[in-house]
Design a protein around this ligand. Sequence first.
Ligand SMILES: [Zn+2]
Length: 247
Amino acid sequence: MGLINTEAIVLRTYKLAEADKIVVCLTRQTGVVRGVARGARRLKSKFGASLEPFTLIALVYYEKEGRELVSLQQVEILRSYFSLAQSTEIVHAMEYLSELVLEFTPPQEPNDKLFRMVRACAEALAEVPEALPALVRYFEVWTLRLAGFLPNSRGCAGCSRRFEDGENVYLSGDNGLRCRACAGGTGIALAGEAYAQLRAIQKVGPVEFSRAVRSVRVAVWQELAQVTQVLIARALEREPRGQATFT
Ligand SMILES: [Zn+2]
């Protein structure tokens, strides 16, 4: 309660009344927070351009007991991504990624690993925007993993054998990854190349990852999407609204 000072990433905003905005952000200290930015839609607002999606901000907000919405007091831009807003595809992707964060994160539950992952992905997208399809997969895999919905990808859920690099693996109905023999012709196939990327995503940071995958074919990301998006739909028990664009 009282004044909270934290680093935050703006996820989305909504219009409120005539001049205000509701701002949803992922904060480092207190997780997902919803707040009111008074006067944010006026031309000479103290919030300026600081409430654009994925802007990294130093946020001071006031929290009153029993109120769901906090009150944004001060916002300072630490890193903005204006250049990303030029691409409709990237803007749509960021809406989808914001939706994932909101769906998988209970309100006001801090998660430092998630915060650092989202911040690093925004940075990677700014640096290597052409890696968008790969980064969306990266983000999905890590969101699933941090929320406890990513199956063990090292070995077979049936025979416990460690998968080899480049091996074809299969996602079964019970969310286990299995080898060809254990899958017995069932499940969603992930061919060797896509499986290798699923492993790579879990080993390196997003900037390094985006630089390394420049030559990977789009089809590989589409194949990986079949697995990540089934896992997401099973975890949420529905398909996220923004998902269709990124298969
Ligand atoms: Zn097996």
